[in-house]
Write a protein that binds this ligand. Structure first.
Ligand SMILES: Nc1ncnc2c1ncn2[C@@H]1O[C@H](COP(=O)(O)OP(=O)(O)OP(=O)(O)O)[C@@H](O)[C@H]1O
Ligand SMILES: [Mg+2]
Length: 305
């Protein structure tokens, strides 16, 4: 079933057209007179942390390049510590890049940070709420921060939360009484209030029960199909990546070790290595480990140490 989250973003809009948003005065993406810029361009990006009293160097992201097209779901796969969250935080301007460049709909994230912030929203695995407030109140608070009309925000909230399988009666009780799955849905609903053109989801389904996981996955697919939003998501779940993602990048030790469509990657691993055409084989072939193995202590740090 298709959903219409943002009625003004009609299906008649051509892919690549600037995306208007309800009541939003943000500048349009830089598309006039030339080919539409991709939703996200990451080129040669590097991020290094220096930690502890011994000034240990951690190369969290190393020379990463990738392109996310409009209307696509792009999956970033990687074991614990491979750099997924760091990449998401760099793209969402929460961290500064050490080298390389990032553009969002043609806007450089360093030179044009305000325009970028209006185009994106991020949901992290540990989304924060006012725990004593209800989902409605949390969303109303976010809406006010973003300057959205209270009535419109309330209607949109009810619609989005309903689509995510949250019953009306749950919307008024304190958020802390909701399950983690429910809370994750509320976090996604909150991010959607601003009609982001690029939605960054850091492990949107990790820790959810199977039913909530499917609800959120279906919702993400519907979003791509009806809103024409570009979505970047990180995941530990290969089946999820296979099902949802138009393209995938596999991160290992901060580097992209493979990228392509799931079908391309599976065909490549079968052709070149004689492995079964599954994303498990792809992950094992390019990282040398299975997805649930943690990166060894110290492994991520070795380059700069
Ligand atoms: N703020 C920080 N300061 C110092 N080191 C950091 C910081 N953030 C991340 N790191 C380090 O960078 C590396 C990549 O971490 P990151 O959180 O991006 O991995 P991840 O792929 O998201 O892992 P997970 O699957 O556990 O969420 C790790 O070695 C981590 O310890
Ligand atoms: Mg992470």
């Amino acid at each position: 079933m298709a959903i219409t989250l943002f009625p003004r973003l009609g299906a008649s809009r051509r892919a690549g057209d600037p995306v208007p948003a309800p009541g939003d005065a943000r500048p349009g993406p830089e598309t006039t007179g030339r080919t539409a810029a991709p939703a996200l361009l990451v080129e040669g990006v590097t991020k290094r942390f220096v930690v502890g009293r011994e000034h240990r160097v951690v190369d969290a992201i190393r020379d990463v390049s990738l392109t996310v097209d409009r209307g696509h779901i792009y999956g970033v796969l990687g074991a614990n510590g491979s750099g997924k969250s760091t990449l998401i935080r760099l793209v969402s301007t929460l961290l500064t890049i050490d080298a390389g460049r990032v553009e969002i709909f043609g806007h450089d994230i360093e030179r044009d940070e305000m325009a970028v912030k209006r185009c994106i929203n991020r949901v992290s695995v540990d989304a924060a709420f006012f725990k004593k407030l209800s989902p409605y109140e949390n969303l109303a608070f976010a809406a006010r921060l973003y300057g959205l009309d209270a009535g419109v925000a309330r209607r949109e909230s009810a619609r989005i939360l309903g689509r995510l399988g949250i019953a009306e009666k749950r919307l008024g009780q304190p958020t802390e009484q909701l399950s983690r799955g429910m809370q994750q849905k509320v976090a996604i609903a909150r991010a959607l209030l601003t009609s982001p053109m690029l939605l960054l989801l850091d492990e949107p389904t990790t820790g959810l029960d199977p039913r909530s996981k499917v609800d959120v996955q279906v919702f993400i697919e519907d979003l791509r199909d009806t809103h024409d939003a570009a979505i970047v998501l990180t995941t530990h779940d290969l089946d999820e990546a296979d099902r949802l993602c138009d393209r995938i990048a596999v991160l290992d030790g901060g580097r992209v070790v493979a990228d392509g469509t799931p079908a391309e990657l599976k065909a490549r691993v079968a052709r070149e290595r004689g492995e079964p055409p599954t994303l498990e084989s792809v992950f094992m072939a390019y990282t040398g480990r299975s997805l649930d193995e943690d990166v060894e202590e110290g492994e991520a740090e070795e380059a700069g140490a």
